[in-house]
Design a protein around this ligand. Structure first.
Ligand code: UD1
Ligand code: MG
Length: 457
C-alpha cells in the first residue's frame, strides 16, 4: 500500500497485546481500557495505519474475542494471532509468523498498551529503515530508568538492549532506555528473531535481543530518541489516567494552534475524534463525548456536555447545555442553558434558549422555542417525531406531543399541550382558559387566618 512516509514500501504492524494486565484489577483486557474514549489498542492501530501500515497483525492472549472485535472496529481489517503461552515478546512476534512470511519491506512491532505513540514517530522509524537500517529502536532518556531495558552503545552505535534484571550495576546507571517499539527490515526480520533464546534471568524470549544479533552481523542498528511521553505504557489505572492527561494536553494544544480559544484548557475534555474548525471559543468546563464536529466561529459556554453532535458555524451553545447524539445545529443557531437536544435538526438561526428538551425533531430556520418547551417524543414504547416549521414561535412551557407538526410561522400559546398538527401561520391555544373572577384574595386571606386561629389551643 502506498504510504505518506515511504511511498513504495509496504509495512506490517504487529501489535502485541497478549499481556495479562493483572495490575489493572479488571475483568476486561488491559488494552480495551480507554484514553479519550478510544481503547488503548485502538489508539495504537490508528497510529500504525496513519503511518502507512497496510496490514495489522494483532497478537492476543486472554479475552481475545473482545480485543479482536475492537481492533476490527477501529482499523477495518486486522488479522489476529493467538500466543498460546506468554513466553516473551520475541515469541509473541513469532505468533504472527503467518503474516510476516507474506513479505513486507517494513515491520513495526508495537505494544497494545502504549497508546500515545504518534504517526510522526512511526513515520520517522520507517524512514530510517528506508535509509538502510536493519533495526530501529525507539529510545528515550529519563532520570528514573528503573524497570526499563537499557540501550547499550559502543562508539556511538547501539549494540545491545539489556533488560533491567539482566543488567550489570554499571549498565543500570544508563539513562537511555528502550521505549519498546521497534521497526525491523522485513527481509531480515525472521533471520534476526529466530536465533533469540531464553537464556536470561526471566527465562523469556526477549525481542530486544534482536539488537545484539543484528549488530554482531554488522547490520545497521539505530536508536531513535523520542520523548518519554510517546512510549508511556499503561500497567495500572494510575498510568491510564496519566496517559489520558497527556493525550488531552496534546490535543488541546493542537486545537489551540489551529485557532480554537480555550480560557481554561485544562478543564476542556476532548474525545479521540473531536474535530474543530478555527475561530472557536470554548469557555471552561466542557466535556466532549465521541462524534463531535464544531464549525467555524462557534462559541461553547461553560459546563456544557456534547456528544455525537454537529455544531454549525457561529452557533452558540450553553452555558449548561447538553447535546446528545444526532443533534445537528444549523448556522447561527442557539441552544442555551439547561437545554437538551437529541436527534434533532435545528435550522439556521433558530433559538432554543432556556430549559427545553428537543428530541426526535426538526426545527425550522429562525424558529423561536420558548422556555420550558418539551417535545413529548416517547410513549413508553416508541419514539415519535416533532416538526416545527420555519419562523414558528412556541410559547413558554408548551408540550408538543409527537407525532405532531407545527406549521411555518405558527404561534403556540404559552402553556399549551399540542396534540394535533397546527397549520402554517395559525395561532394554537391549547390550555384551560383563565377564569377572570375566581374570588376576592383579601377575603380569602381573612378566612384562612381565622381558620388557623381557631385551630390553636
Ligand atoms: C519491554 C521491553 C523493555 C522496555 C519496556 C518499555 C522486552 C523484552 N522488553 O519490557 O526493554 O524498556 O518494554 O515499556 O521487550 N507481550 C506479549 N506476549 C508476551 C510478552 C509480552 O504479548 O509473551 C506484550 C505485552 O502485552 C506488552 C508488550 O508485549 O504489550 C511488552 O511486554 P511487557 O511485559 O510489558 O515488557 P516490559 O517488561 O515492560
Ligand atoms: Mg511493559
Amino acid at each position: 500500500m502506498p504510504t505518506r512516509n515511504s511511498p513504495q514500501r509496504t509495512c506490517l504492524s504487529i501489535i502485541l497485546a497478549a499481556g495479562e494486565g493483572t495490575r489493572m484489577k479488571s475483568s476486561r483486557s488491559k488494552v480495551l481500557h480507554e484514553v479519550a474514549g478510544l481503547s488503548l489498542v485502538g489508539h495504537v492501530a490508528k497510529a500504525a495505519q496513519a503511518a502507512g501500515s497496510g496490514d495489522i497483525a494483532l497478537v492476543v492472549g486472554r479475552d481475545a474475542g473482545a480485543v479482536k472485535t475492537e481492533a476490527l472496529r477501529v482499523a477495518g481489517h486486522v488479522e489476529t494471532f493467538e500466543q498460546i503461552e506468554r513466553l516473551g515478546t520475541a515469541n509473541a512476534v513469532l505468533a504472527a509468523i503467518g503474516a510476516i512470511t507474506r513479505g513486507y519491506d517494513d515491520i513495526m512491532v508495537l505494544f497494545g498498551d502504549t497508546p500515545l505513540i504518534t504517526e510522526d514517530a512511526l513515520g520517522l522509524a520507517r524512514a530510517k529503515l528506508a535509509g538502510g537500517a536493519a533495526v530501529v529502536v525507539m529510545g528515550f532518556r529519563t532520570e528514573t530508568p528503573t524497570g526499563y531495558g537499557r540501550l547499550i552503545e559502543k562508539d556511538g552505535q547501539l549494540v545491545a538492549i539489556r533488560e533491567e534484571r539482566d543488567a550489570s550495576a554499571d549498565e543500570r546507571k544508563i539513562k537511555f532506555c528502550n521505549g519498546g517499539l521497534l521497526a525491523i527490515d522485513g527481509d531480515l526480520a525472521l533471520s534476526l528473531i529466530a536465533p533469540i533464546n531464553n537464556d536470561n534471568i526471566k527465562g523469556e524470549y526477549y525481542l530486544t535481543d534482536i539488537v545484539e544479533i543484528a549488530s554482531s552481523r554488522g547490520l545497521k542498528v539505530i536508536s531513535l530518541e523520542v520523548d518519554e511521553t510517546l512510549v508511556l505504557g499503561v500497567n495500572t489505572r494510575v498510568e491510564l489516567a496519566a496517559c489520558e492527561q497527556l493525550w488531552q494536553q496534546r490535543r488541546r494544544k493542537e486545537l489551540m494552534l489551529g485557532g480554537v480559544s480555550m480560557q481554561a484548557p485544562e478543564t476542556v475534555f476532548l474525545s479521540h475524534d473531536t474535530e474543530m474548525e478555527s475561530e472557536i471559543t470554548l469557555e471552561p468546563n466542557i466535556v466532549f463525548g465521541p462524534g463531535v464536529y464544531v464549525s467555524k466561529g462557534a462559541t461553547i459556554r461553560a459546563y456544557s456536555h456534547i456528544e455525537g453532535a454537529h455544531i454549525g458555524a457561529n452557533a452558540e451553545i450553553g452555558p449548561f447545555a447538553r447535546l446528545r447524539p444526532g443533534a445537528e445545529l444549523g448556522e447561527g443557531s442557539k441552544v442555551g442553558n439547561f437545554c437538551e437536544v437529541k436527534k434533532a435538526k435545528i435550522g439556521k438561526g433558530a433559538k432554543i434558549n432556556h430549559l427545553t428538551y428537543i428530541g426526535d425533531a426538526e426545527v425550522g430556520a429562525k424558529a423561536n422555542i420558548g422556555a420550558g418547551t418539551i417535545t413529548c417524543n416517547y410513549d413508553g414504547f416508541n419514539k415519535f417525531k416533532t416538526v416545527i416549521g420555519e419562523g414558528a414561535f412556541i410559547g413558554s412551557n408548551s408540550s408538543l406531543v409527537a407525532p405532531v407538526s407545527i406549521g411555518a410561522g405558527a404561534i403556540i400559546a404559552a402553556g399549551s399541550v399540542i396534540t394535533k398538527n397546527v397549520p402554517d401561520d395559525a395561532i394554537a391555544f391549547a390550555r384551560a382558559r383563565q377564569s377572570p373572577a375566581m374570588g376576592d384574595a383579601k377575603a380569602k386571606r381573612v378566612l384562612l387566618a381565622s381558620l388557623k386561629a381557631a385551630k390553636k389551643p
